[in-house]
Structure formats: structure tokens, C-alpha cells
Design a protein around this ligand. Structure first.
Ligand code: PM9
Length: 460
């Protein structure tokens, strides 16, 4: 039962704090330049409010920290693994669990297990690490998300949905045997944290099964998605997030998951599936890349914290607070006329950089430039989710220019308070008022894989 009708009111109290350093604008100008104008290359101690990512940056509960003391660090058969296996089954309902050190470890296992070179892998918008692993296996990613997802101002409540027509057209064009599987991200990170409806998941599952194609859920923020189904989809208002989550998974054959988001942990992940043969293959592969099948690159204590976090965060009020925080920040920006992706996303607020800096063309990395300016202006770290993140077409080598050129203000869970969000909003609004002074960037170092993490820039 809710104690208050204000979901912004924290359903926890603060027991330990981490002091932050206050820096000057001159200092931030210097370190931003040294970091090659890439917010991933800044030192964390130079950041005041860190909205780079909601990945691994969450505050664990006392229940999770207590669990860390119960780590069974045996090489094989750790009791924490079995607890995690049960928790995963309770929340997601998949038959087999293969633990990994984080989400991309699971993506590697699934891609290696299911993709034959030359096959197609449709998905509801690309995600950086997911597509990178698919391409490393010789797969060809095909975007089958609804068109609305590429329009920042379309307010459809389920902009993450798979466009069934696009999916069916692809099956007709290339043949089901040439489709490795379909990935369904819930929520869709790069669309701005947009959810997928239950009706769409069900229909996607039915279409895929009709053609013998597996559906692999990217369950990284599936609990957030389940909450959106509860509050936005008819017939789900009286179901719990946990019940909805299990129903979502029932329309799929397996999942990859970064445990660093919804589960309020700092590390961890898993692959899961129902198919015995697929599980056997992944369990064999995990020993090559991650560790034994009962730890997959995690310490026993991390598995315990992840399992406890999974059980805790799967509660309605936890998700209600989570979503309320990003809505609070998003609504403040909307009220000030800042162009952001609508509806406001679950794990962050995404600023439309092309509208924010209309004088900086995409070739000059509009969003990268804005993310840097925000850091220099106020010590607030955000991340580019546009051209730099999208990378290059794997066949032609040309830069991909996504319709969404955004800066994401990601919200770590249970870390920041309402006043922090007020400061962030103030900083963004200030920057917007002085937007004419902003300049674009040129890339001077481009790594081969996942370039956004390590690329370096100079000011034009
Ligand atoms: N997401 C994020 O900041 C971490 C850094 S950017 C690669 O949003 C999805 C939907 C994610 C995700 C990571 C991963 C990979 C898979 N799917 O970072 O390897 O948002 O645990 O997970 C980041 P790992």
C-alpha cells in the first residue's frame, strides 16, 4: 500500500553518502579538452551530477549489501548462483540461466549460438553493444521498429513496438531460414526509453513462431517496461509489475539482460532461454568467455546482490518512483520549452540536440557537442546518443546519421534527489538561452569498435 500519493517521495531513506567535488568552469573547460570532448573519458571525480548512464551506477539497498557478505566464492556450484537462478525464474520465468559479467557478455553468447554468417537479425531499433555482437558474428541487423520511434515528438505510448508489417516483409524478402532471431528491446533505449505493449509482444511472438523464428528479449529494462504496461495498457492496471513481466517473457524464447540497470546493482548480467539445446551451447561457450557456468564472470557476492536486487526492484512502488524521477526532470524541461523526446523515457530524459542547436549540423556531432557544453557549464555529465553512437554502416563504411540525435540525461536509481534534478534542469535551461555560442566538433580519433566510448574530438 502506498504511504503517499506522491511517487516522487523516495521509498527509502539515505544511510550513506558519497561527497562530490565542486569544480570551476575554467577547470572543467581544461579537463573536457583533455578528455577529447568525450564525456566517457572524463574522470568521475570531476563530475558533479553524473547522468552519463543508469548502468551500474545505482545505489544498492541494505538487503543487497547484507547479501554481499554472504558471497559463496567457491569456483563451482556457488549457493548464490542457485539463489540467482531461482530469482530469475520467479521474475522472468525462463527455464535456463547462464550468468555473465554484464549484458554484452550475454549478447556475445546468444549471437555466437544463434547467428550464421550472412543471416539477418531484425530488432526494434539497434542497440550499440547488441548490434556490434551481431555484426561480429556476420549478422545483418535490420531495424523493424515502428516509424513513430524515429520521430521525437510523436507521443504514442508504445513507441518501442515492433512494426509487424516490416517484420513480415523481411521474412518474405529473405526467407525465415535466413533470419537468426528477432531481438525485442524493452524498453527501447535509443528511442528514448520507449516501451513495447503486451499486445505487440504477443503478436510479434505469434508471427515469429509461425515461421520458426526465435524471439530474444533484451530484458535490460524489462521491469520498467512492465510498469508502463501496467499504467498505459488496458487490462493491466490491476496486475503487478511482476505478473506482467512474466507474461511478457512468455511471448519470447529467451533473453539477454544487463543486470546493471533494473536490478540496482553495479555489475552483472545473464542470458536465459527455454530451449535445452540452446542452453547447452551457451553453457559450453560461457566457459570460454566469462567463467564457469555457475558464476559467468561474477563473484558469488555479486550474484547474491543481483538476485536480491531483482526481487526488490520488481515491486510496483519501486518502479513508480523510478519513473516519477525522470518525469519530474522531463516535465521541468518541457515547461521551459526545451525540445526533448516524447513521451518522457523511463531511464532518462533525451534532449533533441538538432532542435537545441539548430546551427550545428549532424556532421559536426551536434549531440556530442551539447553533452560537452553541459558538462563544462554545470559539471553535469550526460551522454551522446546520436551519430557518434550509431557508428558506421558495416558494408559501406559510411557514417550512419540517425533521425534521433540526442543527449541522454540518464537517471541512476536511488542516487539523486529532487534538488539535483532542479540543478540539472536549471543548467540545461541556461545553456539553451546561450545556445548561439555553441560550436561543433570534428572527430580526431575513431576506434574500430563501439567508437562512442573512446573517440576523441576537437572543437571547430
Ligand atoms: N547500456 C547505457 O548506458 C551502458 C553503456 S552504453 C553501451 O544505456 C541495453 C538496452 C543496454 C545496455 C547497456 C546493454 C549492454 C544491452 N542492452 O553495459 O554490457 O542499455 O551491461 O549491457 C548502457 P552492459
Amino acid at each position: 500500500m502506498a504511504l503517499t500519493n506522491n511517487p516522487m517521495a523516495e521509498p527509502y531513506k539515505i544511510k550513506m553518502v558519497e561527497p562530490v567535488k565542486i569544480t570551476t568552469k575554467e577547470y572543467r573547460e581544461k579537463v573536457a579538452k583533455e578528455a577529447g570532448y568525450n564525456t566517457f573519458l572524463l574522470r568521475s571525480e570531476d563530475v558533479y551530477i553524473d547522468l552519463l548512464t543508469d548502468s551500474g551506477t545505482n545505489a544498492m539497498s541494505e538487503y543487497q549489501w547484507a547479501g554481499m557478505m554472504l558471497g559463496d566464492e567457491a569456483y563451482a556450484g556457488s549457493k548464490n548462483y542457485y539463489f540467482l537462478e531461482n530469482a530469475m525464474y520467479e521474475c522472468f520465468g525462463y527455464k535456463h540461466l547462464v550468468p555473465t559479467h554484464q549484458g554484452r557478455g550475454a549478447e556475445n553468447l546468444v549471437s555466437q549460438t544463434l547467428i550464421k554468417p550472412g543471416q539477418y537479425v531484425p530488432g526494434n531499433m539497434y542497440f550499440t553493444t547488441t548490434r556490434a555482437h551481431q555484426e561480429l558474428q556476420g549478422g545483418n541487423f535490420v531495424d523493424v521498429i515502428v516509424d513513430a520511434a524515429h520521430d521525437p515528438y510523436n507521443t504514442d505510448p508504445f513507441k518501442g513496438n515492433v512494426d509487424l508489417q516490416k517484420f513480415e516483409d523481411l521474412i518474405k524478402k529473405v526467407g525465415a531460414e535466413n533470419i537468426a532471431y528477432i531481438t525485442v528491446g524493452v524498453t527501447v533505449n535509443l528511442a528514448g526509453g520507449q516501451p513495447v505493449s503486451m499486445a505487440n509482444l504477443k503478436a510479434t511472438g505469434e508471427l515469429a513462431r509461425k515461421h520458426g523464428i526465435k524471439v530474444i528479449l533484451d530484458a535490460t529494462r524489462a521491469m520498467e517496461n512492465a510498469y508502463y504496461i501496467k499504467v498505459r495498457e488496458n487490462g493491466y492496471e490491476n496486475k503487478s509489475v511482476k505478473e506482467i513481466l512474466k507474461e511478457m517473457c512468455s511471448h519470447t524464447d529467451g533473453a539477454t539482460c544487463s543486470g546493471k540497470k533494473d536490478f540496482h546493482t553495479n555489475i552483472g548480467g545473464f542470458a536465459a532461454c527455454n530451449d535445452d539445446e540452446m542452453a547447452l551451447k551457451m553453457r559450453n561457450m560461457v566457459v570460454l568467455y566469462e567463467g564457469l557456468q555457475t558464476y559467468g564472470g561474477m563473484a558469488g557476492r555479486d550474484m547474491e546482490a543481483m538476485a536480491r536486487g531483482m526481487l526488490e526492484s520488481c515491486q510496483d512502488h519501486v518502479m513508480a518512483h523510478r519513473i516519477a524521477q525522470s518525469e519530474y526532470l522531463g516535465n521541468k524541461l518541457i515547461a521551459a520549452g526545451i525540445p526533448i523526446v516524447l513521451p518522457i523515457g523511463g531511464h532518462g530524459v533525451f534532449i533533441d540536440a538538432l532542435k537545441f542547436y539548430p546551427h550545428i549540423p549532424q556532421e559536426q556531432y551536434t549531440a556530442q557537442s551539447l553533452a560537452n557544453d553541459l558538462y563544462v557549464h554545470a559539471g553535469v555529465r550526460s551522454v551522446e546518443r546520436g551519430t557518434v553512437s550509431a557508428g558506421r554502416n558495416k558494408d559501406t563504411g559510411e557514417e550512419i546519421r540517425p533521425k534521433l540525435e540526442t543527449v541522454r540525461l540518464a537517471i541512476p536509481r536511488r542516487v539523486y534527489t529532487q534538488s539535483h534534478f532542479d540543478v540539472v534542469a536549471e543548467a540545461v535551461i541556461d545553456l539553451y538561452k546561450n545556445r548561439d555560442q555553441a560550436r561543433g566538433l570534428k572527430m580526431v580519433y575513431e576506434p574500430k569498435y563501439l567508437r562512442f566510448f573512446q573517440a576523441r574530438f576537437e572543437k571547430l
